[in-house]
Design a binder for this molecule. Structure first.
Ligand code: TRP
Length: 446
């Protein structure tokens, strides 16, 4: 069956698009920040376990139900069960996932806009435009909202071109570029004085502070990073052909995602100790490594400043890396909302894309205007609360309500030896019992 919204031309195209969605600011900023504050290697270890044992099975579920139904999340969940009221509940869950997607996009575009603003700073310095430099580097509603809207427009232009000509083509160029930038920067930073200390800090935990918050952070990080819960992977799965091997593709996406997070840790944490060796402050008043905005927008720019003109180049490469990472992630969130409007309002891709761009811009503008009140709240509500909850619902609908034979048949397309595989022996049980239990217990723990 051909998908009505489009199709990826190749499995490689899917891999680049799905990995592009997964690899984003969450990996390059969120993961190192989290690792820096939560005991380095210990966080890395727990994150790896949760990514493969908890997020991967949910990823397979999302892609599988997506390829089966070829519709957006509300219709997909509704179609998995014959029980009327559960079908209605599924539809409602699907609608709420779209609201969550819009909220995630709302704050994500603001953060992506910051990266874009910082990308231009060295150019302003070069052309001696101090006012522009101050505007770009200081938080203001006009900067945050303006750059968020620019980011929405750039990403929407790609969505506008459709699945294979837009998302697939752009991701297939941007993802290899991202890997080259990341590898190049990491090698460069690791060659600087003071980097070895950062590597040790990252990879050898000197103090084990195992806590509930740590597990919850790692769970949130894994779900956010693999873009789970809001139907991104479901929609990308719906663009896959029937000959694609879903468990294998999902494993490759997970592997790329965790590898990039790992590499980003190897870039950011050593960069901090390099900064320290230049006399810069890298700890907060409680002695914890700086994280979040302080890390990206103070420590690193200050480090680049110490490197002379070479620092300007490193700065441009670093923020370009961030922009590229954010772009491929933005495609996926905007695509989910666009497909939703195409399905529910029966409008064309162009109309739906425009509507999505307008709504998402408005949400970003509102969050930027009431930044103190809304930003953290939106992040917490959409990513810490709703994403794991929606993930739980996907486990329940795919694992418990969907007919096992249909599920088997669906997965076996592109994976004929599935029935006798270890995957089929483990995954259904896993999705039904272990994943829901783990997600729920992470909640209770908190
Ligand atoms: N995974 C991306 C990151 O790590 C962000 C992202 C893209 C996302 N699409 C998503 C997060 C959908 C949640 C839901 O930065």
């Amino acid at each position: 069956m051909a998908a009505k919204h489009g199709n990826f031309k190749t499995s490689f195209g899917f891999l680049m698009a799905a990995a592009g969605s997964a690899v984003g600011l969450g990996n390059i900023w969120g993961f190192p920040s989290n690792a820096a504050q939560n005991g380095g290697a210990l966080f890395l270890f727990i994150y790896l376990i949760l990514a493969f044992l908890l997020a991967y099975p949910v990823l397979v579920a999302e892609i599988t139900i997506g390829r089966y139904s070829k519709k957006s999340m509300p219709d997909t969940l509704a179609s998995l069960t014959d029980i009327k009221y559960l079908s209605i509940v599924g539809r409602c869950i699907g609608h709420s996932s779209i609201i969550v997607a819009i909220l995630i996009n709302g704050f994500y575009m603001i953060v992506a806009g910051w990266m874009l603003a910082y990308l231009f700073i060295p150019f302003m310095q070069f052309f001696s435009m101090p006012d522009a430099e101050i505007f770009l580097s200081s938080q203001s509603v006009s900067r945050d909202a303006g750059f968020a809207v620019i980011f929405v427009i750039i990403s929407s232009a790609v969505i506008y071109q459709g699945v294979d000509k837009g998302i697939e083509r752009a991701s297939s160029v941007l993802m290899p570029l991202l890997l080259i930038l990341l590898l190049g920067l990491t090698v460069y930073v690791l060659c600087q004085d003071g980097a070895v200390k950062g590597v040790a800090l990252y990879l050898y935990p000197n103090e084990l502070h195992f806590s509930a918050a740590l597990i919850l952070n790692a769970l949130g990080q894994a779900f956010f990073s693999l873009s789970l819960g809001v139907g991104v992977m479901l929609i990308y799965g719906s663009y896959l052909n029937s000959d694609a091997n879903l468990p294998k593709l999902a494993a490759q996406v997970t592997l790329i995602d965790v590898s990039v997070a790992f590499l980003a840790g190897l870039l950011i944490i050593p960069a901090m100790t390099v900064a320290e060796s230049h006399g810069l402050l890298i700890h907060d008043t409680e002695g914890l490594l700086l994280a979040g905005p302080d890390l990206i927008f103070q420590v690193l720019p200050a480090l680049f400043d110490t490197m002379g003109w070479g620092g300007a180049i490193v700065s441009v490469i670093f923020f370009l890396l961030m922009v590229v990472a954010a772009l491929t992630s933005a495609f996926s969130i905007l695509e989910v909302v666009t497909v939703y409007f195409i399905d529910t309002l029966s409008i064309s891709r162009h109309q739906a894309g425009l509507l999505t761009a307008i709504i998402n811009s408005l949400v970003s503008i509102i969050i930027a205007a009431y930044f103190t009140e809304l930003f953290d709240l939106t992040v917490f509500f959409s990513t810490s609360l709703m994403q794991p909850l929606l993930g739980l619902m996907i486990c329940i609908y795919c694992g418990w309500l969907w007919h096992r034979d249909t599920c088997l048949q669906s997965l076996a397309e592109g994976y004929p030896e599935l029935r006798s595989s270890l995957f089929w022996k483990v995954w259904p049980f896993y999705l039904r019992f272990i994943c829901p239990l783990l997600i729920i217990s992470c909640f209770f723990y908190n």
